[in-house]
Design a binder for this molecule. Structure first.
Ligand code: 13P
Ligand code: SF4
Length: 328
């Protein structure tokens, strides 16, 4: 196994990383676990990649690299580490494995799934291709490797419009998120043929909820994820991926903001934006919440659970993911 020295090791002591992120009493419990994780990362030449929806102890305490789905895909492809621990859901770990087949990719809890990934199969895409011959298939990364392998190109919530337009065609099959597809259709002249998938977290937000938030304070900045239903997006000020929301808060430093997305996002951003007040409706992703500092430590100790993708499927899926990375 190669022994590359990692340039991105979190340099600060655990206590510093946790300061202002969790209460002191919680910090005392977390410190030995996070110190174990630091040691194991060095021993294994490993990095922890964390999605923006991880809880603050993981996001600020255990992660070396953080981001939205697109950033995690890029980081997975670029890291010189031998081992990637994906603090996220299964499709993210699979994407990392597709892009880095020679690395060991671990998911601390293999049950961390996704309602969007569960909504479509490779056979569904083959049937759609028969029904719409010649129409390119653009697939959200929240899908299995098998589905990616049947696709022309993948996209994420941060680049979906750009990817659809990059193809230079009049219409696309856009799968599997019906709400992201509907939002893309409002942003482009390309005809979007969708699928019936939905994120079980974002589809719970309603237009009435947003109207109530707006009425509660006209100064409130409302940022929504494009996996939300159309009436939610229409009533919001900004629509963007998780990292686009983080960037907007950083750049604009609003007095008061609501992030219409999974709960942990606000906790993570709030730790770095002390002058902004966060309104926090809480829709939690049960899949993301399967990942804990405890099972990250166990993953590094035992090298469980390695993610494997059939090499033939991985090769075809890699073409679709690489096409996205090159176009975005
Ligand atoms: P992004 O972080 O790419 O916006 O995706 C959100 C999401 O739901 C991932 O599961
Ligand atoms: Fe899937 Fe929604 Fe959870 Fe993201 S938040 S992992 S899209 S179920």
């Amino acid at each position: 196994m190669a022994t590359t020295t990692l340039p991105l090791r979190t340099p600060l002591p655990v206590q510093t990383r946790l300061a202002g992120v969790v209460p002191d009493v919680e910090g005392h419990i977390l410190t030995p676990i996070l110190e174990d994780i630091d040691r194991l990362k060095q021993e294994r030449n490993a990095v922890v990649l964390a999605h923006n929806y991880m809880t603050p102890d993981i996001f600020h305490g255990a992660a070396d690299l953080r981001g939205d789905s697109l950033e995690l895909a890029r980081l997975a492809a670029e890291t010189p580490a031998d081992v990637i621990v994906m603090a996220g859901v299964h499709f993210m770990a699979e994407t990392a494995k597709i892009l880095s087949p020679d690395k060991t990719v671990l998911i601390p809890d293999p049950r961390a799934g996704c309602s969007l990934a569960d909504s479509i199969t490779g056979a569904d895409i083959r049937a759609l291709r028969e029904r719409y011959p010649g129409v390119p298939v653009v697939t959200y990364v929240n899908t299995s490797a098998e589905v990616k392998a049947e696709s022309d190109i993948t996209c994420t919530s941060s680049n979906a419009v750009r990817i659809v337009e990059s193809l230079g065609v009049d219409r696309v099959l856009f799968l599997p998120d019906r709400y992201l597809g509907a939002w893309v259709a409002t942003q482009t002249d390309v005809e979007v043929i969708g699928w019936e998938g939905a994120c079980e977290v974002h589809e719970r937000f309603t237009g009435e909820e947003i109207a109530e938030l707006r009425a509660s304070d006209p100064e409130l900045a409302i940022l929504a994820h494009p996996e939300c239903p159309p009436d939610v997006l229409a009533a919001s000020d900004i629509v963007g991926s998780t990292s686009q929301m983080v960037g907007w808060v950083r750049d604009h430093q609003p007095a008061k903001v609501v992030l219409v997305t999974e709960c942990s996002m606000a906790d993570n951003v709030a730790a770095e934006a002390p002058d902004t007040e966060f309104v926090r409706p809480c829709n939690m992703c049960p899949h993301m919440k399967r990942i804990t500092v405890q099972n990250i430590r166990t993953a590094l100790e035992t090298m469980q659970h390695p993610v494997e993708v059939d090499p033939a499927i991985a090769e075809r899926a890699r073409r679709a993911v690489t096409a996205m990375l090159e176009a975005s």
